[in-house]
Design a protein around this ligand. Structure first.
Ligand SMILES: [Fe+2]
Length: 184
């Protein structure tokens, strides 16, 4: 049975590859060159399906809930910041959606707001991933016993099955395409 911490770290590495692609798109826009609307939409698809609502966040919610049930304090503690980052992430993804929509409509003023939002998102997610691996995962590895790891794996599996049972392969393909075309 796979340790969920190892699975989550693997998902983080895939998300980082998509962030490199987004950074590459920003550099191109900053240089005054266009980015194809399809590429921006593909990257947004990846964010929505993979790290925003598909596989990663349900898994994280499950972990947070399990930690709360086991008496780990979030309010005022180091984990509070991680929940705050999730809120900021949701707002930035909504901003990215509207910035990309404006850019893809051909709005001549849409490029700079898109660059700003995308860079902010890349910075936030890079810090967030580091925080999770150093703070959240460290606490988790101390709190969980073998039994709860088995329980967590049972909760994770349905989200993978909802996406057709081949979610990891799908994300891998999506991110490989994005990286090949755009990674900085
Ligand atoms: Fe997270």
């Amino acid at each position: 049975m796979t340790d969920p911490l190892i699975s989550l770290k693997g998902e983080h590495r895939v998300i980082e590859r998509a962030l490199h692609a987004l950074k590459g798109m920003c550099l191109r826009l900053e240089g005054g060159k266009p980015v194809e609307p399809e590429a921006l939409l593909k990257l947004l698809d990846f964010i929505h399906i993979s790290c925003y609502r598909g596989l990663h966040q349900p898994a994280e919610k499950c972990l947070v809930r399990t930690l709360l049930e086991r008496g780990v304090q979030f309010k005022g503690g180091p984990l509070d910041n991680i929940l705050f980052e999730h809120e900021v992430e949701r707002r930035l993804v909504a901003d990215l959606d509207s910035s990309v929509a404006a850019y893809n409509r051909g709005d001549p003023y849409a490029s700079q707001p898109l660059i700003n939002t995308a860079n902010h998102y890349v910075d936030l997610m890079s810090d967030h991933i580091r925080n999770e691996e150093h703070v959240l995962f460290d606490i988790m590895s101390k709190v969980f016993e073998d039994q709860s790891i088995a329980l967590l794996n049972m909760v994770f599996e349905p989200s993978d099955q909802e996406l057709g049972g081949a979610a990891c392969e799908l994300f891998e393909r999506m991110v490989t395409d994005l990286e090949r075309g755009w990674a900085a």
